[in-house]
Design a protein around this ligand. Structure first.
Ligand code: F6P
Length: 361
């Protein structure tokens, strides 16, 4: 019987279990294959004996699609080509990983991960003669080849709900509420949730902004008779104004305990408004997936198995134009996508009068 391996790699997000469930479903019931779930990403393949779970329908059907996290565990530590050793040195442990897959009798792997994980898995597959199919997941939605990745929709839903919860308390206390969201170097979560959650200000890493611009917007809101404001700040917001300003910005973040807190302080200083700051953090990752993430995960999982049956390898799945397509993994890794500042969503934010930066687009 054919055995295929599956692993999750990089930061977790909602929808990983839904991918695993779909893969096991398709592989076992349609093709009669066995599915080996590798534990903790490539870490499980470095252990001896190799750490894995035999995944069958009994194990994955039922509650699993609804659960956040990954039943397999994951890791974003330990690039096997430069593995950090206890003494501070690094070592190439790629052959151990390939040996681990051989031990499992697996020559075909489904890797669920972002661009970093895909780059590593692709190198491993090439030297080990492993067939690899990638499934894109990331709450940051920064893989440009796919319109959306597993986990993004749920993260946006959580951030939007946070704004829904912050609005009434902001209004009750005449406050400016700052919500710091994740997204790494890309502002997709901030932009999408900011619009959906009725923010007055959205600060992104991709657009330059000024505290004067933010303060002017808040004063305008107040002048119009509204007693509260909602501000969404992406975790990687920058200042573009030269070395001295950058140093001040970095120092401020240190002093006030992070970017959201620092911007909250700057707003209260500039406007006199009372501010409160919420750092949403990992709440954006660990919860039952939204229906969209369940659908995306299911579509990707089924197609990943079918691609294997078709003899394909080194392909990443993507969502494009209402359907699942597959593209060379190398192409997908190269297509990093932060927020396009000319995009419809940026225009929408501007059209709604949201302060999103000083440059007119
Ligand atoms: O890439 C996903 C992500 O959640 C980013 O949005 C965030 O910057 C980072 O991972 C957090 O990483 P960790 O889970 O290691 O704290």
């Amino acid at each position: 019987t054919k055995r295929i391996g599956i692993l999750t790699s990089g930061g977790d997000c909602a929808g990983l279990n839904a991918v695993i469930r779909a893969v096991v479903h398709r592989a076992t019931t349609h093709y009669g294959w066995q599915v080996v779930g590798i534990e903790d990403g490539t870490q499980g393949l470095l252990s001896r004996p190799v750490r894995y779970l035999n995944l069958d329908l009994n194990m994955v059907d039922g509650t699993m699609m609804r659960q956040g996290g990954t039943v397999l565990g994951t890791t974003n530590k330990g690039d096997p080509f430069a593995y950090p050793m206890a003494d501070g040195s690094t070592r190439d442990r790629s052959q151990e990983i390939i040996g681990g897959l051989r031990e499992l009798g697996v020559d075909t792997l489904i890797g669920i991960g972002g661009d970093g994980s895909m780059a590593i898995l692709r190198r491993l597959a090439a030297i080990g003669g492993i067939k690899l199919i990638g499934v894109p997941k990331t709450i940051d939605n920064d893989l440009g080849i796919t319109e959306t990745s597993v986990g993004f929709d749920t993260a946006v839903a959580v951030a939007t709900e946070a704004l829904d919860r912050l609005q009434p308390t902001a209004a009750s206390h005449d406050r400016v509420m700052v919500l710091e969201v994740m997204g790494r170097d890309a502002g997709h979560i901030a932009l999408t949730a900011g619009i959906a959650g009725g923010a007055d200000v959205i600060l992104l890493p991709e657009l330059s902004w000024s505290i004067e611009g933010v303060a002017a917007k808040i004063r305008q809101v107040q002048r119009n008779g509204r007693n509260f404001a909602l501000v969404v700040v992406s975790e990687a917001v920058k200042t573009a104004e030269g070395a001295a300003a950058r140093k001040e910005f970095a120092d401020g973040q240190k002093r006030y305990g992070g970017i959201g807190n620092y911007i909250g302080h700057l707003i209260s200083e500039a406007t006199g408004a009372e501010t409160r700051v919420t750092v949403l953090g990992h709440v954006q990752r660990g919860c039952p997936p939204s229906y969209r993430d369940r659908l995306l995960a299911s579509a990707f999982g089924v197609r990943a198995v079918d691609l294997i049956a078709e003899g394909k390898s080194d392909r990443l799945l993507a969502w494009s134009n209402r359907q699942v397509i597959d593209v060379p993994i190398e192409e997908a890794i190269a297509a990093y996508a932060s927020v396009d500042t000319a995009s419809t969503l940026v225009q929408t934010a501007r059209g709604l009068g949201i302060y999103i930066g000083d440059v007119d687009g």
